[in-house]
Design a protein around this ligand. Structure first.
Ligand SMILES: [Zn+2]
Length: 361
C-alpha cells in the first residue's frame, strides 16, 4: 500500500513539475522588425565592438516580518554573474546599481497575471528592475512584455544549480527577443534558402534567421539530457526540425541553454538604441550629475546616478549635489569622482551607496 501511495505521489510530482512553465512573457503584435536599411544605417553603433552597459536594480522580496526571504544574497549574485557571462560575448554588460530587500508578504507571493501593477511603486527609474518573489505561481519567470524594463523571477529559480539562465532569458525578452519557438507571428520553417517557397525565418518564429527553427509543439519536453532534440517532428513543409537546444531563448533542457546568437545580439542592441522603453536603461560611458551647472537635491525616494566608465558628482564649481532626509542614492561606475559641492547628510532611513562596478570591463 505504501509503495502504491509513493507511486501516486511520484506521478502527482511528475505532473506538477511539468505544469511549471518556464516563462510567462506575453507576445502581442505587431512584430518588432528592423529593416536591413535601418540596420545598415546603425552599423557602426550596432557592431559587437561597441560596448553596451545596462543598469540593473535587484529587489528581493520577503514577508512583512522579514522572514521567507525569496533568495539568498549568494544565490542572487551567482545567478547575476551567470547573466553577466551570458551577455559578455555580445558586448552587453551590466551596472549593478543595488540589491535590496523589501518586506512585503503580498509582493513575496506574486501572481504575475493579475498583480503586475503592484510592482510599479518598486520600479527604479533608469534601470532594468529584477524582482525576486518567494512564490510566483506557475512560473519560473516572466518579463511581462517585449520590450520591458522589469521582470519577475521565482526564488526557486534563483536557488537552482541546474537552471542558470532564467534571469538571462527574461532579460532577453526585456531587450526585445522572442522565444526561438515563438509562433505568434506564424510557425517558422527550417529552410534557410531564401529561394525556397518555405523560407520564412525573417517574418515568422523569432524573426531571426541565425536561430534555427524551433519546434513550437512541445518546447518544454523534447530535448534529452545530452541536449539532443528527440521530438522527431517536421515543419509545415515536411522538413525535420533541428532546433537550437543550447540557445538561451528556447525551453528544452534548461541545463543546455548557454548562448545567444549574433543575430540575437544585434537585435538586442538595435532595441536598446531605438526603443523609447529601453534607451533610458542604457548608461552613457561618462556621466555628469548634474549634467550642467545646476543643483540636484534628493530628500526622499530611491534613485541612482551611474555611468559605464566615469561618474562625476558635482563636477563644476557652481554645481551642487545634495542627499538628505530619507533619500537612498546609488552612485555606481567604474570610476567615481566626488567633487566640491557634494553634500551627503542622510537622516534615519536615508543612505548613499558609492560603488565601483566590476561588471563592465
Ligand atoms: Zn521566455
Amino acid at each position: 500500500m505504501k509503495k502504491i501511495f509513493t507511486i501516486i505521489l511520484a506521478i502527482i510530482g511528475f505532473f506538477t513539475a511539468n505544469a511549471q512553465l518556464e516563462c510567462g512573457t506575453k507576445v502581442t503584435g505587431p512584430p518588432i522588425r528592423f529593416s536591413t536599411k535601418q540596420q545598415d544605417s546603425l552599423r557602426s553603433i550596432l557592431a559587437v565592438t561597441t560596448p553596451y552597459a545596462v543598469r540593473v536594480h535587484i529587489t528581493v522580496f520577503a514577508d512583512d516580518n522579514g522572514t521567507n526571504v525569496a533568495a539568498t544574497n549568494a544565490n542572487v549574485m551567482r545567478q547575476f554573474n551567470n547573466m553577466v557571462n551570458q551577455y559578455q560575448p555580445q558586448n552587453i554588460c551590466f551596472i549593478l546599481v543595488d540589491v535590496r530587500q523589501v518586506n512585503s508578504t503580498d509582493l513575496n507571493n506574486h501572481d504575475a497575471d493579475t498583480e503586475e501593477a503592484e510592482l510599479n511603486p518598486y520600479r527604479i527609474t533608469g534601470c532594468l528592475n529584477i524582482f525576486i518573489h518567494n512564490s510566483l505561481p506557475g512560473l519560473n519567470g516572466t518579463a511581462y512584455a517585449i520590450p520591458n524594463t522589469y521582470l519577475s523571477l521565482s526564488g526557486a529559480t534563483i536557488a537552482s544549480t541546474t537552471n542558470l539562465t532564467t534571469m538571462g532569458h527574461e532579460a532577453g525578452h526585456c531587450f526585445g527577443l522572442y522565444h526561438t519557438f515563438e509562433n505568434f507571428f506564424g510557425s517558422e520553417n527550417v529552410t534557410r534558402n531564401s529561394g525556397n517557397a518555405c523560407y520564412d525565418c525573417d517574418v515568422d518564429g523569432d524573426l531571426l534567421c541565425d536561430t534555427a527553427a524551433d519546434d513550437p509543439t512541445d518546447p518544454n519536453g523534447q530535448v534529452n539530457s545530452s541536449c539532443v532534440y528527440i521530438g522527431g517532428r517536421t515543419d509545415a513543409c515536411g522538413v525535420a526540425y533541428n532546433p537550437p537546444t543550447t540557445n538561451i531563448m528556447t525551453y528544452g533542457d534548461r541545463a543546455c541553454r548557454i548562448v545567444f546568437t549574433n543575430g540575437q545580439g544585434t537585435r538586442m542592441r538595435s532595441m536598446m538604441i531605438t526603443s523609447g522603453t529601453l534607451i533610458p536603461i542604457v548608461a552613457d560611458n561618462v556621466v555628469f550629475a548634474p549634467a550642467t551647472n545646476s543643483a540636484l537635491t534628493y530628500t526622499s525616494g530611491v534613485g541612482q546616478d551611474s555611468g559605464r566608465d566615469e561618474l562625476y558628482i558635482s563636477n563644476n564649481t557652481t554645481d551642487n549635489y545634495t542627499v538628505s532626509g530619507t533619500a537612498v542614492r546609488n552612485l555606481v561606475s567604474k570610476k567615481i569622482y566626488l567633487k566640491p559641492g557634494t553634500r551627503f547628510t542622510p537622516a534615519s532611513g536615508g543612505q548613499v551607496h558609492v560603488k565601483v562596478n566590476p561588471y563592465c570591463n
